[in-house]
Design a protein around this ligand. Structure first.
Ligand code: MG
Length: 256
């Protein structure tokens, strides 16, 4: 990883859209800071598109699509994306609703099996607002060790599920999608190619995005995931969480 300031002016000026993770990247551990939110407005005023890409639930993404200064939001690690067209929210899902019902049933069964093996685990507190996945809390309202995280992930994958580890949850789902695949569908919908797109994240679940896109940035805490993260970003900020996001936006604006 190189320091963010090593990004060339040319690379920065060519960027047409920012795809960004929320927890640990845009949102600090305890709250969304006004500077991060207003920096989103600032970069849109420069003509860039903004797309939130998160593991957070459909219920939260509905609000983001309706109220935030974004062109779209990808949620539940790629299960769907929402965007606003005039006053209407357009909702596109990777699979149809029959599959959602079927997957939900399978996830309920999988959680029962997980509980037998790992009796201390707790569902994430935002589980009720989820449509496509199961989120197990590892650091939001409870603490789970790295070894336990790896054991849970291996168990779920052994049962045929997909997993992603964020800074707060293990997300578990059935189906062949991830943040990267759904982001490509969003870009197409927005009339953009996958070139000149910047992605910023902080955690192992951002790895597919770090691998796919050319201009990738990690906020400082991305260094904390050694052994858990497959692909690191190209650049790293000196600040953490939302402050790292603001640092990135200020850098992009300074080159314009
Ligand atoms: Mg994150």
């Amino acid at each position: 990883m190189k320091p963010l300031i090593d990004m060339s002016t040319e690379e920065s000026r060519n960027i047409k859209a920012i795809l960004f993770d929320l927890d640990g990247t845009f949102v600090n551990s305890d709250e969304l800071k006004s500077q991060a939110y207003s920096s989103l407005e600032s970069i849109r005023e420069k003509g860039l598109k903004t797309v939130a890409v998160t593991g957070r639930p459909a219920g939260w993404c509905d609000l983001i699509a309706r109220w935030w200064p974004v062109d779209a939001v990808v949620g539940e690690n790629g299960a769907f994306f929402f965007y606003k067209n005039k006053d209407k929210i357009i909702r596109k899902t990777f699979y149809d609703l029959d599959m959602q019902y079927n997957n939900r049933r399978r996830l309920d069964e999988l959680f029962e099996k997980c509980l037998l093996n790992f009796p201390y685990i707790k569902m994430a507190s935002d589980q009720s607002f989820r449509q496509w996945d199961l989120a197990i809390d590892i650091a939001e309202e409870t603490q789970v060790s790295t070894k336990e995280i790896v054991d849970i992930v291996n168990f779920a994958e052994g049962e045929g599920a997909c997993t992603a580890i964020s800074n707060i949850h293990i997300n578990i789902w059935f189906g062949d999608y991830n943040k990267e695949q759904m982001s490509l569908k969003v870009l197409k919908e927005l009339g953009l190619s996958s070139k000149n797109i910047l992605y910023v994240g902080d955690s192992p679940n951002d790895s597919p995005m770090f691998k796919y896109f050319e201009s990738t940035v990690g906020v400082k805490s991305v260094m904390n995931y050694e052994g858990l993260i497959d692909t690191y970003p190209k650049y790293i900020t000196t600040n953490d969480e939302g402050d790292g996001f603001v640092e990135l936006i200020n850098f992009l604006i300074s080159t314009r």
